[in-house]
Design a protein around this ligand. Structure first.
Ligand code: HEC
Ligand code: HEC
Length: 371
């Protein structure tokens, strides 16, 4: 059972729970401090309330969901007639493709993100080149690297869709299709996990139930919210604060560099399909963050902080798929070279120099974030 509790009450309930339990934890449960319990509670509850996007009036419309589902699996939308969204965003793989980088992409090659829980994000794509789920979907429809970018063929296919026949041809029809695709993707919410049961049990002071969570995962979680400082970026129910950071993953690609957030920011600001543009259904009201974007040098080589649910289904990891396993990811944080980070960038990251058993504990914890 999980409850939705307002933050102030949550803290009070936690304080109470830790008073009742004292420092004496049940057998099989680490003696988590009040601070640790609070940090852990910040990663729930799950599932979160449905994400609402005021810039997409049809986000929760059942007809739009049905249309979006049809379009998502339709290879007729691609220039070649061979590729659908689901070719790369494969449902059985948490809506990604298991490849280091997507097939058919030019320079700037990137890993295909999974789409579970995608609607909860603030920015879309590794560089944040879109500020809404519908704009990201529209981008995919038009991108030569994704669906092929043959706009005339795309318009012809959309014209045959009865639900879109009444919508004026051109951008308006493309946007209507993208908003339907968004409505479908907004329904992709991942199931509860062993971590969620633990978090809720700890939260309500049921230490006996919490003790069922394996000890290696508990130790890994303690590192995650403690010495590892992972939760400074990977926080909240989705395990991401939604913004961008440089963690020293190489961003050289064949023929140049992937500028990451720097290019994404330019693109989203310049796009007529952003939240400030004429196609947003709320007249720009939800575009405050987009309006305030400012380009800074530190954005070079920054990538979006990914959420950490479903990791068991979404290897390989990082923006160019450079880590094959979670152990490799954790070793990256253990041994990272501070000189590789921007001078004016992160002050959070230091090489953690973890022992092998600590690496294993962190991996055990990360694995409990998948169902
Ligand atoms: C050829 C493989 C491929 C195809 C086909 C494809 N995508 Fe993608 N998709 C990607 C890659 C790679 C990215 C990351 C792009 C980036 O970071 O710039 C991505 C990113 C996205 C995102 C942003 C996800 C996030 O976590 O921010 C959404 C949403 C998305 N695609 C939806 C779609 C839809 C809808 C379609 C069909 C119209 C589609 N994609 C077709 C490979 C693909
Ligand atoms: C300064 C912010 C920050 C901190 C602190 C941080 N991360 Fe990350 N994490 C990121 C960013 C940014 C990426 C994506 C980097 C890239 O692909 O270039 C990432 C990627 C990951 C991934 C890969 C996810 C995927 O789908 O590809 C995992 C797993 C992960 N981090 C776990 C951790 C763990 C465990 C810790 C603590 C030891 C940690 N992170 C600390 C920002 C951070």
């Amino acid at each position: 059972m999980w409850r939705r509790v307002a933050p102030a009450r949550a803290v009070a309930a936690l304080a109470l729970a830790s008073l009742v339990c004292g420092a004496q934890a049940a057998e099989g449960l680490l003696d988590f401090s009040t601070e640790e319990r609070q940090a852990i509670a910040a990663h729930g509850p799950w599932p979160p309330p449905a994400a609402i996007d005021p810039s997409n009036r049809r986000q929760r419309d059942a007809n739009a969901v049905a249309l979006g589902r049809r379009l998502f699996f339709d290879p007729g939308l691609s220039a070649s007639g061979q590729v659908s969204c689901a070719s790369c965003h494969v449902p059985a793989r948490a809506f990604q493709d298991g490849r280091p980088v997507a097939v058919g992409q030019g320079p700037g090659v990137r890993n295909t993100p999974g789409l579970m829980d995608v609607a909860g994000q603030r920015w879309f794509g590794w560089g944040g080149s879109a500020d809404s789920l519908w704009a990201a979907s529209l981008r995919a429809l038009r991108d030569p690297a994704e669906m092929g970018g043959d706009e005339a063929a795309l318009q012809r296919r959309l014209a045959r869709e009865p639900a879109l026949a009444a919508v004026p041809e051109g951008d308006a029809r493309l946007v209507a299709a993208a908003k339907a695709l968004a409505a479908f993707q907004a329904r992709l919410v991942s199931p509860r996990t062993a971590f969620d049961d633990f978090r809720d049990a700890l939260f309500r002071g049921d230490d006996a139930a919490a003790a069922r969570y394996p000890l290696p995962a508990q130790r890994g979680l303690r590192l995650f919210v403690g010495r590892g400082r992972c939760h400074l970026c990977h926080v909240g129910p989705r395990f991401s604060h939604g913004e961008f950071a440089d963690i020293g993953v190489p961003f050289f690609v064949p023929g140049g560099v992937d500028p990451g957030r720097h290019a994404g920011l330019q693109e989203v600001r310049g796009s007529r399909f952003n939240r400030l543009g004429p196609f947003a259904d709320d007249g720009g009201a939800s575009g405050v963050a987009t309006r305030h974007l400012r380009s800074e040098h530190r954005h070079f080589g920054e990538f979006r902080v990914p959420g950490l649910r479903n990791l068991r289904q979404t290897a390989p990891y990082f923006h160019a798929g450079s880590a094959a396993t979670l152990t490799e990811v954790v070793r990256h944080y253990s041994t990272l070279d501070p000189d590789r980070l921007h001078a004016d960038g992160e002050r959070i990251l230091v090489p953690l120099q973890l022992r092998d058993d600590e690496v294993a504990d962190l991996v055990a914890f990360l694995e409990t974030l998948s169902s």
